[in-house]
Write a protein that binds this ligand. Structure first.
Ligand code: ZN
Length: 232
């Protein structure tokens, strides 16, 4: 069996066997490992299961991998986690992750101060930066409006954004929230708030994934791709 296939089989099994609440299944998985192979290993499995996308099988595999590592390598991982927690903070202007009060994007005088790209999470900034296309500044909202989860506009970093817009330098706001119900709700809310300030508001285009096949795309995506077409 290929590694990939094994992973998928493992994930399916995990999904099938994991109907209990996350906390319950986590401690059960940890307890099982602890019983057979020791408490420290059980705790490591539980710790890995707290990470997104890591199920029981993957957590066990990671824990055994740490166990078989040279001590310095394992301690490097532990130290990296501590350093991340101790030294990282949110930029006071845009909420990007930084080790200083103001992040490197906000500090960079060569960047275009007339454009702000609004994202849901600070991690989205890195993805946009990797494209190298956008040379303006960012603003992370730290979430999206979601009435079902009890998250309203007042729970997001919208005040900070509006403050940045009121100084008059910004000419365009590009809304790059996710193409989900929450992301759309947030985009609509922001555009209604920002447009009266005389600032142009745009939304990133939706489309088909590069290298993908139109046959496998869902109707909504194809519809959005058609609507977002441009002249060649
Ligand atoms: Zn910043």
């Amino acid at each position: 069996m290929m590694q990939d296939e094994q992973d998928r089989t493992a994930t399916r099994k995990e999904q099938a066997s994991l109907s209990a609440s996350p906390a319950k299944r986590q401690s059960k998985a940890g307890a099982q490992v602890a019983e057979v192979s020791g408490k420290a290993l059980g705790r490591m499995v539980e710790a890995f299961m707290r990470l997104p996308g890591i199920g029981r099988k993957s957590a066990e595999r990671l824990a055994y991998a740490v166990l078989s590592m040279p001590r310095e390598e394992a301690s490097g991982i532990a130290q990296a986690i501590l350093d991340l927690k101790n030294n990282s903070r949110y930029c006071t202007a845009c909420n990007n992750i930084t080790e200083d009060e103001i992040c490197s994007v906000c500090c960079d005088a060569r960047r275009d101060s007339t454009r702000i790209c609004v994202v849901e999470e600070p991690s989205n900034i890195l993805i946009l930066e990797k494209t190298g296309i956008f040379r303006g500044r960012y603003h992370a909202l730290m979430g999206a409006i979601s009435p079902l989860d009890g998250i309203g506009p007042e729970d997001l970093k919208i005040d900070g954004l509006m403050e940045r817009l009121r100084n008059g330098a910004v000419k365009e706001v590009i809304i790059a929230t996710n193409p989900t119900v929450k992301g759309e709700t947030t985009a609509l809310y922001l555009s209604r708030l920002i447009k009266p300030l005389g600032i142009s508001v745009s939304r990133i285009a939706y489309g088909l994934p590069v290298g993908g096949d139109i046959e496998y795309a869902d109707e909504n995506t194809v519809q959005r791709a058609l609507e977002g077409r441009r002249e060649m």
